[in-house]
Design a protein around this ligand. Structure first.
Ligand SMILES: Cc1cc2nc3c(=O)[nH]c(=O)nc-3n(C[C@H](O)[C@H](O)[C@H](O)COP(=O)(O)O)c2cc1C
Length: 190
């Protein structure tokens, strides 16, 4: 069975909804999915890197805070310098998702961080493979209205609760990213 880990941080629960959508998409495509939610101190259980080394794919997620990933995610990234020395996470499929309040909000900076991080670990980046919904009629309930090619992008308006946002189109976009990661990882397993 294809193994996929989702490593993510969520301060207030919105990005966690996006992570769950990625999980559902990957699981429905037949993958065994393990969720690693980085805690408020930027920590994960001791065994995390051993577990990550046994995965076929790792999906990275964080809200965009001040134009980049939350510091808690960066703490995880820095801690991964230990497995980096032996390239223990090499050749895994990698992908990313981020969520923020503004339509743009500099989400691309967060995605670029995830991409560069994955390349430091010698991983194989997979984007959404989704066309954007950018016609006059298109809106936030459409798949890939946020037009993320590099990864799944979501908008949670600043006054919306996690029950209200990310909205349906963004969650579906995240689900489709999870599905694609599972399919690509399964192909690479052979
Ligand atoms: C410290 C902080 C910085 C933020 N910076 C940005 C930003 O740069 N761009 C943006 O669009 N939203 C920004 N936001 C809004 C969050 O991205 C948004 O509320 C998001 O839904 C939070 O996700 P979470 O509930 O998973 O923590 C910021 C929020 C906080 C708390």
């Amino acid at each position: 069975m294809t193994k996929i880990a989702i490593v993510y941080f969520s301060g207030y629960g919105h990005t966690a909804k996006q992570a769950e959508a990625v999980q559902h998409g990957a699981a429905a495509a037949g993958a065994e999915v393990t969720m690693f939610r980085i805690d408020a101190n930027g920590d994960l259980p001791e065994i995390t890197f051993e577990t990550l080394a046994a995965q076929d794919a790792i999906v990275y997620g964080s809200p965009t805070y001040m134009g980049g990933p939350a510091w808690q995610f960066i703490k995880f990234a820095d801690a991964s310098s230990k497995p980096w020395f032996t390239q223990a996470l090499k050749d895994k499929v990698a992908a990313g998702f981020t969520n923020s309040a503004s339509v743009n909000g500099d989400k691309s900076s967060t995605m670029l961080f995830f991409f560069t991080f994955s390349q430091q670990h010698g991983q194989i980046w997979v984007g959404t493979g989704l066309m954007p919904a950018n016609s006059k009629e298109a809106g936030p309930d459409d798949v890939n209205w946020t037009a993320g090619f590099a990864g799944a992008l979501a908008i949670s308006p600043s006054d919306a609760s996690p029950d209200e946002a990310p909205r349906q189109g963004d969650l579906e976009t995240a689900r489709l990213l999870g599905k694609r990661v599972a399919e690509v990882a399964a192909k690479l397993r052979g």
